[in-house]
Ligand binder design. Structure first.
Ligand code: FES
Length: 118
C-alpha cells in the first residue's frame, strides 16, 4: 500500500505513481501527510467524466451530428461512427486524438455545440 512508502519519502521528494484508480486515489489522499511535495500520476485507464455537460458534436467533413452525453467523452461517441479515429492515452497528454485545437478524449464544448474537422 502506498501509505508506508509515502511516510518514508524524504522532505521535498517528488512522487511518481502509476496504477489503477483506487491506488492513485490513496496516494493523492495520503500525500499531504507525507514530506513529499510533488506528485506525478499516470493512470492505467482514463478517469471517468465527472461534472460534464452534454453537447452536440458536429463532424463537419462527415456531415454527421452526434450528441455527447454528460458522462461520456467526445472520443467515445465519435468512435461509434468513426472507429478508425486515432487515439492512445485517452487522458489528454499524448495528443494522438487532437483534431484542430481539440483533444477529443478530454476536451468538451465550451457551449452547447462543438464542430470538428472530421
Ligand atoms: S488520446 Fe491522448 S490526448 Fe487524447
Amino acid at each position: 500500500m502506498p501509505t508506508g512508502l509515502l511516510r518514508s519519502a524524504p522532505a521535498g521528494a517528488a512522487v511518481y505513481a502509476c496504477g489503477p484508480p483506487p491506488m492513485l486515489d490513496a496516494v493523492v489522499a495520503e500525500l499531504p501527510r507525507s514530506r513529499a511535495t510533488a506528485l506525478h500520476v499516470e493512470r492505467f485507464s482514463p478517469p471517468p467524466v465527472v461534472g460534464g455537460r452534454p453537447f452536440r458534436l458536429v463532424l463537419a467533413r462527415s456531415g454527421v451530428t452526434l450528441d455527447v452525453p454528460a458522462d461520456r467523452t467526445a472520443l467515445d461517441v465519435v468512435r461509434e461512427v468513426r472507429p478508425d479515429v486515432a487515439y492512445s492515452c485517452r487522458q489528454g497528454f499524448c495528443g494522438t486524438c487532437r483534431v484542430g485545437d481539440t483533444l477529443i478524449c478530454t476536451d468538451r464544448a465550451a457551449g452547447d455545440r462543438l464542430v470538428l474537422d472530421l
